[in-house]
Ligand binder design. Sequence first.
Ligand SMILES: CC(C)(COP(=O)(O)OP(=O)(O)OC[C@H]1O[C@@H](n2cnc3c(N)ncnc32)[C@H](O)[C@@H]1OP(=O)(O)O)[C@@H](O)C(=O)NCCC(=O)NCCS
Length: 192
Amino acid sequence: MAKQPLSHPILMTPRLRLRQFREDDVEAMHGCFTNVESMRYWNTPPHTKRIETERAVRRFIDCTPSYYRFWAVADKTTDRCLGLVNYHDGHIRNKRVAIGYIVDPAHCRQGVATEAVSAMIRFCFQDLGLHRLQAFIHPDNAPSLKLIEKLGFRREGLLRENLRVSEEWRDDLLYARLSTDRPAEAGSEGRR
Ligand SMILES: CC(C)(COP(=O)(O)OP(=O)(O)OC[C@H]1O[C@@H](n2cnc3c(N)ncnc32)[C@H](O)[C@@H]1OP(=O)(O)O)[C@@H](O)C(=O)NCCC(=O)NCCS
């Protein structure tokens, strides 16, 4: 008998519901992916065509949980998508993944990423039993550096020309948090 696909885990926080992407999230994500500031340190150039976002959202829906998974970060009350969190480069058997996140600029600096990424970290450690979470961040990406340090990740070094975007090589700072590290103060709990 064919295996049933596992349902996408829903992560609840005080203000947010992290859920599976749907095709009607394209509009909201297109706002993020066309914003030049938000995309300055992303691993692709800003989107210029809606089809690029449609394809991206399709990929977010068709996760391969052993390798990558995306959650739409939705407002708990309105269900409107405010951005995404993900793990990728997954080596679930080796208990290690990298994480990523983007929040609609209209909703930035309100603690959305802190709340959403905290919930995903908890899921990775507690539900997936992972040991090491990594983040690759451009040295000039101040909001992302602030966020990741606040969440208890430690800087481990500079990776020179680690990422190539539009013919340009970029450095990354490598950050990691281990399951055995002291839990971060940041918090938002829950999973349904
Ligand atoms: C990084 C990002 C997800 C943060 O989202 P957010 O919802 O604004 O984050 P929060 O409100 O939870 O803030 C987290 C911390 O970062 C700080 N911060 C957020 N934006 C900042 C900015 N522009 N400059 C300096 N600090 C900033 C906040 O003050 C907060 O620290 P505090 O609690 O000590 O005050 C968002 O800026 C973003 O989408 N950036 C573009 C995409 C991106 O670069 N992703 C990461 C790729 S590695």
